[in-house]
Design a protein around this ligand. Structure first.
Ligand code: 5GP
Length: 211
């Protein structure tokens, strides 16, 4: 039976640990993570085609003009965007797809894919967030400041998300996210074929049994 994949958007403050949650989800379950395009420079250890597709601003703008992005946004001075083809193909094949993107992109996905489920990951406290960003060591203090300002702006969008996931204990957060995605499958939109078959069977039985 043909099934459509569930599209999940994971957003959250920089340093809230959404990347760690996604990594654990991919290790434990069969999810497909979209690899975004970005104009940001690779961080130490990041690999082109695995963490992101790293491109120039010109290349990125060309992709926008060619309508190759599902969504895109400018974040802390760089472009980030989700490529259309891979995501649409996966969904059509019934695969469950995760997008790890910021809020402006999340809102664009919500408008385009009304059945997408939107999750917002929050840290236990602001102090913990600062601590995580500093110990991650991938941004300097100026960049951390920029990301904190962005964080304050992002809080405005939380009410547009479907679920808020507290990332206090990683295992618990991963189980919560997986449970939310699984529960989407029980929505009528994903059960269309089953409901149609059931109705047909009922009609057939009524006729055959002279009910
Ligand atoms: P970072 O520079 O830390 O890798 O990512 C910065 C922010 O951009 C994060 O919130 C990340 O989730 C978001 N991001 C990554 N890829 C995309 C994308 O394709 N589209 C959008 N809108 N945001 C993205």
């Amino acid at each position: 039976m043909k099934k459509t994949g569930v599209l999940t958007v994971m957003s959250g403050f920089s340093g809230a640990g959404k990347g760690t949650i996604v990594k654990a989800l991919l290790e434990q379950y069969e999810y497909f993570l979209s690899i975004s395009y970005t104009t940001r420079a690779p961080r130490e250890g990041e690999v082109d085609g695995r963490d992101y597709f790293f491109v120039s601003r010109e290349e990125f703008e060309k992709m926008i003009r060619n309508n190759e992005m599902i969504e895109w946004a400018e974040y802390a001075g760089n472009y980030y965007g989700t490529p259309k083809k891979a995501v649409e193909d996966w969904l059509a094949e019934g695969k469950d797809v995760i997008l790890e993107i910021e809020v402006q992109g999340g809102m664009q996905v919500k408008a385009l894919f009304p059945n997408a489920v939107l999750l917002f990951v929050v840290p236990p406290s602001a102090d913990e967030l600062l601590h995580r960003l500093r110990t991650r060591g991938t941004e300097n203090e100026t960049q951390i400041g920029l990301r904190f300002e962005q964080t304050v702006r992002e809080t405005r969008y939380i009410n547009d998300y479907d679920f808020v996931v507290l990332n206090d204990k990683l295992d618990k957060a991963v189980a919560t996210v997986h449970g939310i995605i699984e529960s989407q499958r029980t929505r009528p939109i994903y059960q269309k074929d089953m409901i149609r078959e059931l109705s047909l069977d009922l009609s057939r039985l009524i006729q055959e049994s002279n009910l």
